[in-house]
Write a protein that binds this ligand. Sequence first.
Ligand code: ADP
Length: 509
Amino acid sequence: MSPVEWASRVAKEFEYNQQDVRQATRHFIKQMEEGLERDGATMNQIPSYVTAVPDGTETGLYLAVDLGGTNLRICSVNLHGDSTFSITQSKVAIPVSIITARYFSELFAYIAEQINIFLQHHHENLLQKYQDSKDSSPGHIQKRLLLGLTFSFTFEQQALNRGTLLRWTKGFNIPDAVGQDISAVFQTEIDKLNLPVLVVALVNDTVGALLARSYTSPGRTKTLLGAIFGTGTNGAYVEKMHNITKLIRSGKFAEGEMVINTEWGAFDDELLVLPTTPYDLAVDTESVHPGIQMYEKRISGMYLGEILRHTILALVSTTTSIDVPLDSKLNQQFAIDSSFLSMAAADDSTDLSMLRKQLNVSFNINASRELAEAVKILAVAIGDRAARLAGVAIAAIVLKSGRLSVSGCDEPSKPGGTPQPRNENHAGKPISTSLGRSHEKIDGQDIIDIGVDGSLFEFYPGFEDGIRSTLKDIDGIGYEGAKRIRFGLARDGSGVGAALVARMAEQES
Ligand code: ADP
């Protein structure tokens, strides 16, 4: 069998048909509901305590700190109140000694010092004013700058500004941190430096993406969902409070709506509906945490290159005609970045010159046109399946929100949608409609706005088209429903989103 024939056959294993997406979407809604009902479900569905999304009229100057990976970002965000903002930021790589420090306080002592440097550099006048006001009239201290911390690790949230770390990921390892009140430790270190800064909000990055998009969304349309398709994948959406049973039981909330961080990377970790090829299995087995984040392992930037690498290795093993040197990087885990898939998918030249060049430069493989074509077939199959799968999460959330069944004239847009009460709580009383209402219309019907962040969505050719193809396949959305769904990039989500939550905390206090 020729490489192209082999690749075409394997590509079929990555096809994800209409029946598959329908079944997966139903299962996704089921797992969303289970997560809202109880702790410890497959999808965590973590309440964010954010009970309003912005409409672009918000104003003020706030600080934001983004701690999510190898870099630490510190920003001051000025919200202008007209859907625009200006942002000043600095970025530093976090030293390994801090990432694996003995005490949690060491991490925040480092961050506080970086804030100090940032303020001295960019907001010296504020520092001075604060110092002066303290010296002259101790009773009238200059108002402190409010800070939102974007903390992209799994934490359990107890209030807008309170959360405890559940576990570290991404190479962080400070055992002392688990179970500690993140904001409190942070504030203690800020106070030691006598900085005019108050930590008022703890934000997950997807919640930040949702809020940032909602602030900048055209036509002041409030956003339903913030989704990330980058190194990992996750989403946060607006849920009706009466559906968040686990929170209602606590007696704290009854009405209105709240943003939920789904942690959808773990969707169907049981593998009841997700497609699983031998290549998916290989990627999972070799991963640091086998058996978890199964949805993420089929969709996100961290893993797509790995899936492709395993298919190419399998292709090579079928023939002696492809020469892969023993020391080729192709034999190393994570040697293929997902940007390679984008490049392969975008190479439309007749002789696939770019792809062949990359195979040579990156993997020392002297690729014939035929081999390059086979690699392209595999890359496109893997990338397109990821996009179709990404559409499942979006379809499920759109359906569950019930927003498609409410058109501009309150008529169902299409039969078959999941019926959801829209403006009523369990007792049939009207509830607050302050969250996520959209007023912009397409063909007289409300737009459903979705904010997306992440290089995969931004750069993989046709990722949005793949998502849309899923949406069209779903009963209750279809072609007409998909037309009403608008995607927009949620830029600077971790900075602007954290600033917006800091503002929210200020309004609530
Ligand atoms: P974050 O780490 O915050 O998610 P990004 O959104 O930039 O940052 O996502 C990084 C991921 O995106 C990496 O896994 C990288 O492989 C992938 N990526 C970067 N550029 C591209 C591209 N052109 N096409 C597809 N994936 C890309």
